[in-house]
Design a protein around this ligand. Sequence first.
Ligand code: SF4
Ligand code: MG
Length: 333
Amino acid sequence: EMDILRVQNLVKYFPITGGILGKQIAKVHAVDDVTFSVKKGKTLGLVGESGCGKSTLGRTILRLIEPTSGNIFFDGKDITNISQKQLRPLRKEIQIVFQDPFASLNPRMSIREILSEPFEIHNLFPDKQERIHKVLSLLKEVGLSPEAIDRYPHEFSGGQRQRIGIARALSLNPKIIICDEPVSALDVSIQSQILNLMMDLRDKYHLSYIFIAHDLSVIEHISDEVAVMYLGKIVEYTSSENLYKHPIHPYTKALISSIPRHNVVEKREHQVIQGDLPSPIDPPSGCRFHTRCPFAKEICSKQIPELKNLGSEINSHLVACHFSNELKNNEIL
Ligand code: SF4
Ligand code: MG
């Protein structure tokens, strides 16, 4: 088994109720028929504007949110419907790093307590000395000094707090870490330090990551593969190399052309995405991107485009657009 995680046709709708009877009147299409896999030791970048369903997807994989339908396979095992009790040992193997390390670290707990907590929950290192030793080694792994152990979260900078968040995620030797915009709240100069640390740890411990971001520039160097999401659906999914060098979907192209140093997209196609992201409640018909797509034709609002492979069997390049072949061949639409 090469994949550590596989998500198959995953759907998450949130019902919206209303009226005096509290009947369902609409639903939020947060995640809509999403399929992808993450290889062992590799990183899948998951990118899209805020509100496109990336965080819901991350939380559904962790079973913090129950999926509406579809399946989640972890290390070959279907974990979609297993009980919370059965899930408990797997909680060690699937960890999360949050966007805002300050909100996710209890301000009243010292770093020693924060990093010891996972051991307490899972009954690991009951010997006090051994536990301290383990906490110190975690601090070292993330580039913090031993003195940090008796300090509190507010005494650290944003970047240092994210290092603590990473240390906590690492503490139980996970196989995969879901990184939910872990550098989005940090200064650009600090972002690369944290990204480099995460790449080093991934390679050292053969970790897999799902790296969620709203910006394609952030995940360029860390991702082996990238899935671009728009309003709950994957619109393009391929190797990082394909995606940045030969993007096909109009939405991906627009995201890439907003990265200053990328000039791979031809001049006539340079554009900022027009308009706001439509609401995921009652999203646009057909191709959900049609209200903002410069190439939209009549069919686009009528038929949902399928995710088709325009690459090869081994180097797949999935694109959901009615005109993906024409766009791939640079034909003028
Ligand atoms: Fe644009 Fe139509 Fe392709 Fe959607 S299907 S991305 S609207 S051209
Ligand atoms: Mg989010």
